[in-house]
Every structure is written in structure tokens, then in C-alpha cells.
Design a protein around this ligand. Structure first.
Ligand SMILES: NC(=O)c1ccc[n+]([C@@H]2O[C@H](COP(=O)([O-])OP(=O)(O)OC[C@H]3O[C@@H](n4cnc5c(N)ncnc54)[C@H](O)[C@@H]3O)[C@@H](O)[C@H]2O)c1
Length: 355
């Protein structure tokens, strides 16, 4: 099998996890290029992850001209996802893109058309899908272990002390990741669009169902200087009638870092990074199944390679990204208007107030 040669676009904070992930997947994948507007960051990344072998570029346009590059891994600030995906699709490269997909449904429609026209492979970087407790919970749910699911909770929450600090010392000189995150035009939202994105796609993966309504509340509890919310709570109704509660925060963490719960007809499941608990209604105590930790970014790149090299169906296709964006933007409108929003079947159509 040919090695998939990738160009990393954006060599900031999260790119380091992608660097580990690509190297762990060698020789199926190889980092051959890296682009960053900050030359020191591009060089630092190339040195750390490729021993200085990868070519460095100042932007995606010049990287895409490199004939060695067969795929791009987009790790840019949110407002740059749309132009980067469009450029990569036009160049016919396979695309792995960090969350969020983009920051507006208008952009999502433009991307949808461009990706369909180019036929470029596209996978959202939804690393948390590969947490073993979630994989096993989805297997049990699909096998009907809980009967009809009634309620889902998905939590992505931690106290973000890094946001209080200046540019992290791990980064070479350049703009702090909090500069663009504090600029609504570049961030596109607040914590719910950023970290809450994980909680949202996790809930959609558990429910395997279409969300039809959302109500939301947001608050800024812990980070007085961020431009938008640091915490969001969303109530979601699914087509089946099941209800979801989504909690995401940069202000607090959940006990034991539990990521999800599912309550159903026959019992309940609860999972986090290290274990899955399973309790049917008559059982006095839950049964715990432990899991060895996985590096979810490595699993995400393995999946991307499976899609590109083996034609595997994508677990994180464009449609999921569009659905998460539709739900998130409708949640923001629910907050602004203090109303329940109805979510159209087409994920590219915006939610609207209930009549
Ligand atoms: N999956 C996760 O758990 C996770 C965690 C953190 C961030 N992310 C996502 O990763 C993306 C990047 O976030 P981050 O925290 O790494 O941000 P960051 O600010 O640390 O890194 C962004 C990098 O992009 C570079 N850049 C900016 N403009 C550029 C341009 N025009 N051309 C080339 N490079 C440019 C910056 O110099 C910087 O090095 C975001 O989409 C974010 O939501 C995902």
C-alpha cells in the first residue's frame, strides 16, 4: 500500500497531537509538509515530528502546490477552515479537518457543493468517537442492550485555566490561541462551538438519530475575559422522542470525568475515558468494564487512512459536521431569543423558532 503523504496546515497547539498521531501510523502515513503563517512554528513542528525533513510553507496555497502532498490535515483557527477546505478540495486532496466544520451554514453549503464537485475525501477530526467506552456503548445500544433509549447525557467539561494565561510557553513566538478565540469574527461562537462540539457529536453518535428540537442556556462563570460563553447546557429532542442533555464547560469538570450516560427501557450505561458502567434495572450495582487508554488522535488518523486507502465508510462525514453546526447555531439562537428551535431535516438549513 502506498504511504499517504500529508501536509499539516496550522502548527499550533492541537497540531502536536496530530503530529504524534501521524507518526504512530507510519508507514501508512507520513508528514511531508507543514504550513503555518508563523515560520518559527512551522520549523519547530517539522523539527519535532519529522527531524526537519518536512518542507515548510507559509500558507495552504503554497503547500498545495507541493506535488508530494496527497492529503491535508487542517488544524487552523475556526474562520480559516472554509477557505482551507475549499482550496484543498479544488486541488483534489483528501482532507482531515479539525472541528468545527466551519462557522456558518452558508459556508457549510458552499463546502458541500465544492466537496461534491471535487470528489475529495473529507473526514471531520472527531477524535472522541474513538474512545473505547463510547465504541462499546454504541455496540451495546445497536445490539438493543437497553431496549428503547429514553435519555442521553453528553458532557465535555474541564476548568480551562490555560485560557487565563498568556501564550502557552510550549509555543514558539506567535499569536496566542486565545487571541483568535476571543475574537467573535474568527471564533464563530463560544465554548459550545469549540469544546462543546465534542459533546454534540458524541450525543449524535450515541443516539444515531436526528435531533429535531433544541433549547439552550449559556453562561460565563469562570473566564470573565472570553468574548462569549464559557459554559452551555442544551436540551435536545430526537425524532424518536428521546431527550438529550448536553453539558459543556470551560468553568468546571464532571466527577470522574464521565463523558456520557444513556438511560433506557431495560437499564442504563455510563462511560468516561477509562471505563463503561452498565446496569440493568433489577441489578443492585453497575458492572464496570475498564479500558486501556487510547490516544484518540492516533485512532482518528488510522480511521482517516482507512477511508482514504481502503474506501472505509467515514464515521465522521461532512453531514455530521453540518448537523453539529446546525444544532449549535440553533442553540445560540435559542439562548438569544429564549425560545425552542425546530431543526429542519436538511442539516444545511438553519433552525427556526417553534410556531
Ligand atoms: N480535537 C481537539 O480536542 C481540539 C483541541 C484543541 C483545538 N482543536 C481545534 O484545532 C484547531 C486549532 O486550534 P489550536 O488550539 O491548535 O489553535 P492554535 O492557535 O494553537 O493553532 C493555530 C495555528 O494556525 C496558525 N495560523 C493562523 N493563521 C494561519 C494561516 N492563515 N495560514 C497558516 N497557519 C495559520 C497559527 O500561527 C497557529 O500556529 C481549531 O479548529 C480548534 O477548534 C481541537
Amino acid at each position: 500500500m502506498d504511504t499517504l503523504k500529508v501536509g499539516i496546515v496550522g502548527a499550533g497547539g492541537i497540531a502536536a497531537q496530530h503530529g504524534i498521531a501521524w507518526n504512530t501510523n507510519a508507514p501508512r502515513g507520513e508528514i511531508v509538509a507543514v504550513a503555518d503563517i508563523s515560520e518559527p512554528r512551522a520549523h519547530a513542528f517539522a523539527d519535532r515530528f519529522t527531524g526537519g525533513k518536512a518542507k515548510t510553507y507559509d500558507g495552504i496555497e503554497s503547500l498545495l502546490e507541493d506535488p508530494a502532498v496527497g492529503a491535508v490535515d487542517i488544524c487552523l483557527p475556526h474562520h480559516l477552515h472554509t477557505p482551507a477546505i475549499l482550496a484543498a478540495a479544488k486541488a483534489g486532496k483528501a482532507i482531515l479537518c479539525e472541528k468545527p466544520l466551519c462557522t456558518s451554514l452558508e459556508d457549510a453549503a458552499t463546502l458541500d457543493a465544492a466537496l461534491k464537485a471535487s470528489g475529495a475525501r473529507f473526514v471531520m477530526a472527531h477524535n472522541q468517537l474513538f474512545q473505547p467506552s463510547l465504541v462499546e456503548a454504541r455496540r451495546l445500544l445497536a445490539a438493543g442492550a437497553l431496549g428503547r433509549p429514553y435519555f442521553y447525557r453528553s458532557v465535555e467539561a474541564f476548568q480551562n485555566r490555560g485560557a487565563l494565561a498568556a501564550t502557552p510557553s510550549t509555543l514558539p513566538p506567535g499569536e496566542s490561541p486565545w487571541a483568535w478565540r476571543n475574537d467573535p469574527a474568527r471564533m464563530g461562537g463560544g465554548e459550545v462551538l469549540d469544546t462543546g462540539w465534542h459533546a454534540t457529536y458524541r450525543m449524535l453518535a450515541l443516539a444515531n438519530d436526528r435531533p429535531v428540537e433544541v433549547q439552550a442556556m449559556t453562561e460565563r462563570f469562570f473566564l470573565p475575559d472570553v468574548a462569549a460563553e464559557d459554559t452551555g447546557v442544551l436540551l435536545v429532542r430526537f425524532a424518536s422522542g428521546a431527550i438529550g442533555e448536553l453539558v459543556s464547560s470551560w468553568a468546571f469538570a464532571a466527577v470522574g470525568n464521565r463523558h456520557f450516560e444513556v438511560m433506557g427501557e431495560h437499564g442504563s450505561l455510563a462511560g468516561g475515558g477509562a471505563e463503561l458502567l452498565h446496569q440493568l434495572h433489577a441489578w443492585p450495582d453497575p458492572v464496570a468494564r475498564p479500558f486501556a487508554p487510547v490516544h484518540s488522535f492516533t485512532a482518528e488518523v488510522t480511521h482517516f487512512l482507512d477511508v482514504v486507502q481502503n474506501d472505509a465508510p467515514s464515521l465522521a462525514p461532512f453531514e455530521t459536521g453540518a448537523r453539529v453546526l446546525q444544532l449549535t447555531l440553533a442553540a445560540y439562537r435559542s439562548v438569544a431569543e429564549k425560545r425552542t428551535m425546530i431543526l429542519p431535516e436538511n442539516p444545511l438549513e438553519a433552525g427556526h423558532p417553534a410556531a
